[in-house]
Structures are given as C-alpha cells and as structure tokens.
Design a protein. Sequence first.
Length: 561
Amino acid sequence: MTSSSPPSNANRRSQVVTRGPNRAAARSYLRAAGMDDAAFSRPMIAVVNTWSSVTPCNMHLGDLAEHVRRGVRDAGGVPIDFNTIMVTDGISMGTPGMKASLISREVIADSIELAVQGHQLDGVICIVGCDKTIPAAAMALARMDLPGLVLYGGTIMPGINAGKEISIQDVFEAIGAHGAGTLDDAGLRAVEAAACPGAGACGGQFTANTMAMALSVMGISPMGANDVPAIHQDKPAEAERCGRLIVDLTVRGANARQFITRDAVMNAAIAVSASGGSTNAVLHLTAIAAEAGVNFTIEDCHTACETTPVICDLKPGGRFLASHLFAAGGTRLVTKRLADTGKLTDTPTVSGRRLFAEADEAIETSGQEVVTDFTRPVMARGSYAVLYGNVAPEGAVIKLAGHEIAQFKGPARVFESEDAAFDAVQAGAIHEGDVIVIRYEGPKGGPGMREMLQVTAALKGRGVKDVALITDGRFSGASYGFVIGHVAPEAAAGGPIARIAEGDIVAIDVPARRIDVSAELSTRTFTPPVRPAPVGAFAKYAALVSSASKGAVTIPIQGPK
C-alpha cells in the first residue's frame, strides 16, 4: 500500500471531524496544519512520543519518530504527533522526585487517551523509553481499545570503566562503596562518567527492558522491534516497520483488546519470569489487565513464576545486559524456548502473525551464553514470588533473582521513609541479620510508591549481605538481594506493616509464602508520621489510587472478562 492509494474505510472515527459541512471549521484548522482533501480520506494515526532531553532513555525518540512517520505515510496514513510527559527513575531515584514516577504512569495513560479521543483519531502508535512510559502506553491502548501498538526506543549500550562493561547499576552500588570508604572520589567519578555512554534505557533486565520484552510476548509490540538497541543501525528500519504496521492494524480494525487478552498477559508474565525480570512487572501487568477488563491478578503472576524457571543470565542478578541478549537471539529466542516446552499459549500479535510463528524465526548465535534452556536453568523457579502472612494479608512481592535464600528471621529495624533508611545504612547502623522495614512509601502513603534502589544498592556497595528488606514501596529492576516490596495493605491504609515495632522478630518463609511477626498486630495502635499534605496531582493520585495488589491503578476496577 502506498501513499497514493489510501486505504478504504480505515478512517471511520476521524470522519466525525473531517466530513460534512458542519465540520468546515475543523477542516480549516487541519488545513492550516498541512492537510488537504486527500489527507481527509486517509486514516489519521496518532504518533504519541515520550521524547525528552532530560535522559538518555528518551532523548533519541524525537529522531526515531520521523522514521515512524515515514512508515505511516508510506502505508497511506496521516501521522499526527503528540508528546506526553515522562519521569526518569534514574535521575529521581532517592529524591522526593521519585514520588512522581509511578504517578506519571497514570498521567501518561490519561494524556494519551485524551489526545486521541479528543481528536477522534483512527489508530495510535506510542514511542516509549524510560520505565513508566512503557506500561502507560499499553494501559492507554487497552483502555481505548483502538488499533494501536507500542515501540520501545531500545536499550543503552554498556559503558566501559577500567576495561570492564558496566551499567547504571554499578553507579548506585558505587555510591554505597563510597559511603563505606572503600571507593574514593575519583573512583566514584570514573564509574559515574562511564556508565551511560549515550542514548537508550537502562541496560540490564531492569524494568524498561523487562516490560519491553513483556509487551513483545504479549503481542502489543511487534516481535523484534523492541530488542534492537537505541543506537543500532537497524532501529530506524524497525520504526518504519511499526509505522506501516499501525496503518495495517487500522485498516483491519484490529483493536488493542484483540491482543491484550488473559492468555497474552499470562504469556508476558511467563516471559518476565524466564528472563529474571523486574518485580515491577507485577504492578504493571495487573494494571494493563485492569485497563483491558481482563481478570489477571498477582496470584497469576505468582503462578507464572512458580512454573517457569529463569533461563536468562541477565543483570541485576546475572552476568549480561540487554544488548547481549539482542546479540544472542533476543526475545524471539526466549519465546522459542518457552513455546517449545509448552509454557506459552499461541496468541495473535500486532505483526499480523501469531506468537509461535514469530518464535519460529529465532536465530540463536552460536556459542551464546545469555539464554540457556530448561534442562539447565539459571534458577530452578522464576524471579519473584507473592507472599502473604500477618504482615501482608493482601500480598507482597519478593525478588528471588540473585540469591538463593528461602527463609530469614531477624529483628525489625523500622523506618518511616526511604530517606531515613538510607541514612541509617550510610551511617553503618544496619547490621547483618537485620530486617529493614520501610513504610509509608506505598501508593497512597508516598504518595507514589518510590523505589528503594538507593537503599539496596548502598547495602551491596557496603558489603552488607545478610539482611532482609520489607517495604510497602517497590524496587527498581536493578535492585537485588532479599527484598520484599508491594506490601499490602500499605501503612497509609492502616495495613499491618504500620504496626510493626522496632525489634519485633520478623520471619520470612518463601516456600510457605509467608511474612509474619510474632505479635498480635491487630491490637496495636499506630500513629502515622506527620508530613505535609500532598497537593495537586499527588493529592488526586493519593485519593484515587488502588492497592498495589490491584496494580495501583486510578480507574475503577472493572469486572472480569
């Protein structure tokens, strides 16, 4: 299909804006924006960009969009650009700005919906980078149920320091080493200057790359497109392909919920487990499902991990980065391993081909060590588990990748914020055997559910290994260790975590799926810390947000489909 042969009947929605004498004023505006009569007969495609100059994750997306637009035009569509916000986790980490990160997911989804619905556009392609932009795009597509797809801008390449490949994970750990006095100022600066060599999102199987893989296996991103690194020579061609695909989806009337089904979301959860991916996927997959009206819960995430060993040796717990996975065979290779062992369901994808057909095209690089198989997994079970108990009656998520600890018991060290816990770590006040409890960092309590990477990386950097950490906040995909997040109900909602006292013995039993304190927490009173009341978007979020066990969404939870 070329730009000289517009697709038929693919602009049904936009006709409400472009056709009839009553729409003369609207057409006048559109003519001023460069359109003509021919454009009014073509599908109008929203090209939603999360470009920003503040971070390498998104700084190249403005250029990438031109290739998307070219693909849209070549396929007979009219690209219409919108930009939405992003909040970079890496910069905001450990600061009050991190409270904005998860909130931005909802704002991005809302803004995509409003721009597209406000102009009655026919199809949507979302160009994404840093962590929250990826699930937000899928949430918006699921919510609107229009033809749409998501294109990830790609991973950053490794940095090089002292002849060794490094990532942003090494910087956060270097901060801990510097605080412990084992790394001097020059050493910290050298790591800082080398870790991020250019465009692209964080290089490990952290949240961005985890969710990029999840959306590919879910079928709402075309297989292979998300794997290509940000600066790779093939990225522009993938962007053009996605531009053509969104027009094809619009012509076919293939709406997002044809792809975002229960089976597809389960496939994504299974791929997350196999890759050793971020615990944030639990939050994001349940949120995407909620937007689509799909009955998919944290228990489904647990089942996916319980039945799917880790077969990717990726950071933060492993040796390799996303760029190495791309070179080894990428998401297709992981999907092929999963499909061949019967762990996936064959679902449709936005490429027009079914998932197993895409997997069959996998090309494994000879001698690669990034992806193993199920006869010799990296971990015998998946990368996280869902626990309950008297501390977390609605559930909590424990990260399992990077350690082999099954049980832990120790005295609670209670902190009312991430900042207070970090200060204690840097002061050397946390000791082997402690159970760090960080509360009032949940969706409502933050508000915004900050990630605790600053604390976990500082512990590793200082060499403090035999500790556990429990929080109603969450963790970066770069965090590892014996860490448990998403504790629900959260402290701000009166959850039991608010009643844990300093010195309480906390017992964590992964096989039994429990976190318990040997005290009757329900009889204890508690006094929330005094903080300034949130205002603006933070206040609206705190008033509307659901429990982390429900995906921390701000929409009314729909019934199952």
